[in-house]
Write a protein that binds this ligand. Structure first.
Ligand SMILES: NC(=O)c1ccc[n+]([C@@H]2O[C@H](COP(=O)([O-])OP(=O)(O)OC[C@H]3O[C@@H](n4cnc5c(N)ncnc54)[C@H](OP(=O)(O)O)[C@@H]3O)[C@@H](O)[C@H]2O)c1
Length: 320
C-alpha cells in the first residue's frame, strides 16, 4: 500500500508536535510546515525517525507555494491558530483566509481529506473576533471542499500547553487569582493525547461527517480548573471574583503586554461555555473516546510548580 503523505500546517504547536510523533511512529510520512526552521527545527526533528519527517519553511502563505505542497500529499491538516492579534497577525488572515485557501487547493488536487482544527462553541460568541473568524474559516472549508473535516476541541491541555502551564506559573507567583464571570464558565478539557488519537482515527476512517466537537470526559468550571491546579501544586490562593468593569479595565491593560495575559476579545469569549453545543456530533457520539481525567493528568506534571518539586510531600490544602 502506498504510504500516505501528510502535510501539516502549525506543526510546532502543542497539538502538532504530539501529532507528528503519533503519525511517524505509525509509518506515515509527514511534511511539517513552519515559519522558522531555525527556531522550530530542533523541536520537530526529534519527533520522528529519520526519513519520516520533512520540514518546510514558509513565512507567508503564497498560493503557488502551498499549491505545490498540497498536490504532493494525501491529507492536509491545518493546526495554525493565534490567541490574540498583533500588528502583523490578524484573526481573519489566520483563521479564515488560510483554511479558505487550503480547502480550495485541496479540492483542486482532489486529495483524500482536509482536516481543519477550529474551536468549540464559536457559534454563539458573536462578539468575539477570534470566534467569528474561526467560524468563518469552518464555513469556507466546508463550502470549498466536500472532504473537509472540522474538529472543534474544547481546551486542549498537557505538559506542552499554554493553558495549565501558564496558569500554574501565574498561581505560583500571585497571591490572588482573579475569577472572571465568577469562574462559572464551563469547559470540557481534552488531553492532547486523546485529541491526537481522535485525529489519527479520523485520518484512517471513512467518516462522512464534516463537523465533530471534541470534548474530554468531564465538564469543569473555570473555578474548578483553578482549584484543581492549586491543589495539585500544594498551594492555597485567594480566588477573587472580579466585577465586570474591573475585569474589562484589567484586560485593556494586560493586552498591552508583548505576550498578552488577557485581551478584551478573550474576556468576551470567556463568558461563553466551552462545552458540547448539541449542534454537532461529538467524539463521544462516534465512539472516539477521550477518557483522560483532568486531575489525574495534572498530577503527573504539576510538581514542576510545587515547592520542593517532585518528591515534596502532598498535603491536603483546600481552596474555595
Ligand atoms: N490548545 C487549545 O486549547 C485549543 C483549543 C481549541 C482550538 N485550538 C486550535 O487548534 C489549533 C492548534 O492548537 P495548538 O494548541 O497546537 O496551537 P499552538 O501551540 O499555539 O500552535 C499554533 C501553531 O500555529 C503556527 N502559527 C502561529 N502563528 C502563526 C502565524 N501568524 N502564521 C503562521 N503560522 C502561525 C505556529 O507554527 P510555526 O511557529 O511553526 O509556524 C504554531 O505552531 C489552533 O488552530 C488552535 O486555535 C486549540
Amino acid at each position: 500500500m502506498k504510504q500516505k503523505e501528510i502535510l501539516l500546517f502549525g506543526a510546532t504547536g502543542q497539538i502538532g508536535r504530539n501529532l507528528i510523533r503519533k503519525l511517524t511512529k505509525n509509518n506515515y510520512k509527514v511534511i511539517a510546515v513552519t515559519r522558522n526552521i531555525h527556531t522550530a527545527g530542533y523541536i520537530l526533528k526529534t519527533q520522528a525517525n529519520p526519513g519520516y519527517l520533512d520540514l518546510v519553511e514558509i513565512n507567508n502563505f503564497k498560493y503557488d507555494v502551498i499549491d505545490d505542497l498540497v498536490k504532493k500529499c494525501s491529507i492536509c491538516i491545518n493546526l495554525v491558530g493565534i490567541l490574540y492579534e498583533s500588528k502583523k497577525n490578524h484573526f481573519e488572515a489566520i483563521h479564515r483566509d488560510l483554511p479558505d485557501m487550503l480547502s480550495k487547493i485541496s479540492h483542486k488536487h482532489k486529495i483524500e481529506k482536509f482536516i481543519h482544527i477550529s474551536a468549540l462553541g464559536n457559534e454563539k460568541a458573536i462578539d468575539s473576533k477570534y470566534a467569528v473568524s474561526k467560524l468563518e474559516g469552518e464555513t469556507k472549508a466546508i463550502n470549498n471542499f466536500k472532504n473537509s473535516i472540522i474538529l472543534k476541541p474544547s481546551i486542549v491541555y498537557s505538559i506542552d500547553d499554554n493553558f495549565t502551564t501558564n496558569f500554574m506559573t501565574l498561581l505560583s507567583r500571585l497571591p490572588v487569582m482573579p475569577l472572571y464571570y465568577q469562574g462559572k464558565t464551563k469547559f470540557a478539557p481534552i488531553h492532547v493525547n486523546d485529541l491526537v488519537n481522535i485525529i489519527f482515527r479520523i485520518i484512517n476512517s471513512k467518516n462522512k461527517l464534516s463537523v465533530i466537537e471534541c470534548i474530554g470526559p468531564e465538564v469543569l468550571t473555570f473555578k474548578k480548573i483553578i482549584i484543581t491546579l492549586l491543589e495539585s501544586m500544594n498551594k492555597r490562593r485567594l480566588l477573587l471574583p472580579l466585577p465586570l468593569p474591573i475585569a474589562k479595565f484589567s484586560a485593556k491593560i494586560l493586552q498591552l503586554l508583548p505576550k498578552p495575559l488577557l485581551t478584551e476579545d478573550q474576556l468576551r469569549l470567556l463568558k461563553y461555555d466551552n462545552i458540547k453545543t448539541g449542534m454537532h456530533k461529538t467524539n463521544q457520539d462516534l465512539n472516539l473516546n477521550a477518557d483522560r481525567i483532568f486531575k489525574v493528568e495534572i498530577d503527573k506534571y504539576s510538581y514542576n510548580w510545587r515547592s520542593g518539586g517532585q518528591f515534596a510531600k502532598k498535603v491536603n490544602l483546600k481552596n474555595d
